[in-house]
Design a protein around this ligand. Structure first.
Ligand code: GLN
Length: 280
């Protein structure tokens, strides 16, 4: 025991002397700094740290009833194109993705009021939304289509004018388009029902409560595949750009996401994710 104490004492003395002799030398126990800037390899492209609402987390506001962009997995948790892209973005930012599932109408306000960091919900860039939030570059597109029951009188987009009731999702571009006045190319608010999400709208169609549902093409395909007796009519509605909504107060986050998106699009990752979920 005495021997051990003696060795320790000597060691302490040596260290103390060494410290006196070379005061500028860092303490032996100090771990070397991570070679963050040493190798200008993969790390060089890493965007600067960004501020998020909860430190270490990236909160994504979405409505997880919009397949194949976002949906609840059978065993719980979330999946879909947006969820996978957001997971990669969070990873590259050194953050953990947290999905905040809510009604679609709450997605933009969640980002605007600082409850979530990003809005990713097959979210179309619109001028009105741009007044409240910023958008990143677009990463996907969508078109509004019409779903009808087999044998429906509605056979073309022109027949929409004869529909007694059109089903849409609340707050969506489909709702805005259909509920506009006839002078503005719509059918008037009275002819449109806004449901909380696409699944409920489709149920209303199956139950005969609405004559058709106007919704984005990819979810439309998913709903038609999952339900017998309904099909999609082609439309000439314009192509919409999907992008990620970010608070106007957090340009750093928007810029960082744009950098990452650029990479993920250029190296084919986004296409790979889309192809995994989008069929035919
Ligand atoms: N693309 C449509 C919109 O932004 C619908 C999105 C959605 O229902 N999740 O309004």
């Amino acid at each position: 025991m005495k021997k051990i104490i003696a060795i320790i004492l000597v060691a302490i003395m040596v260290l103390a002397l060494a410290a006196c002799g070379t005061p500028a030398k860092p303490a032996a126990t100090e771990a070397p700094k991570a070679p963050e800037s040493a190798a200008p390899s993969a790390d060089a492209a890493k965007p600067a740290a960004v501020k998020t609402i909860v430190e270490g987390e990236l909160h994504m506001a979405t409505n997880a009833a919009f397949p194949p962009y976002e949906m609840i997995k059978d065993g719980g948790g979330f999946e879909g194109i947006d969820v996978e892209i957001a997971t990669l973005i969070a990873e590259k930012l050194g953050l953990k993705l947290v999905v905040d599932d809510m009604d679609f109408t709450s997605v933009v306000p969640a980002v605007q009021t600082g409850k979530s960091d990003i809005a990713m919900a097959g979210l179309t860039i619109t001028e009105t939304r741009k007044e409240n939030i910023d958008f990143t570059d677009s990463y996907a597109t969508g078109v509004q289509v019409i779903i009808v029951k087999d044998g429906s009188d509605i056979k073309t987009v022109d027949d929409l004018a004869n529909a007694k009731m059109i089903g849409t999702q609340a707050g969506t571009t489909g709702y805005l388009y259909c509920s506009a006045s006839p002078e503005d190319g719509g059918y008037g608010e009275d002819k449109v029902t806004a449901f909380d999400n696409g699944a409920i709208a489709i149920q209303a169609l199956l139950d005969g409560k609405v004559d058709c549902v106007v919704i984005d093409n990819e979810p439309a395909k998913a709903f038609v595949a999952a339900n017998k007796g309904i099909s999609i009519l082609e439309t000439e509605f314009t192509v919409e750009d999907y992008a990620i909504g970010v608070s106007k107060q957090n340009t750093e986050l928007k810029d960082a996401i744009n950098e990452i998106l650029k990479e993920l699009i250029a190296d084919g990752t986004v296409k790979k994710i889309v192809d995994k979920y989008v069929t035919g």
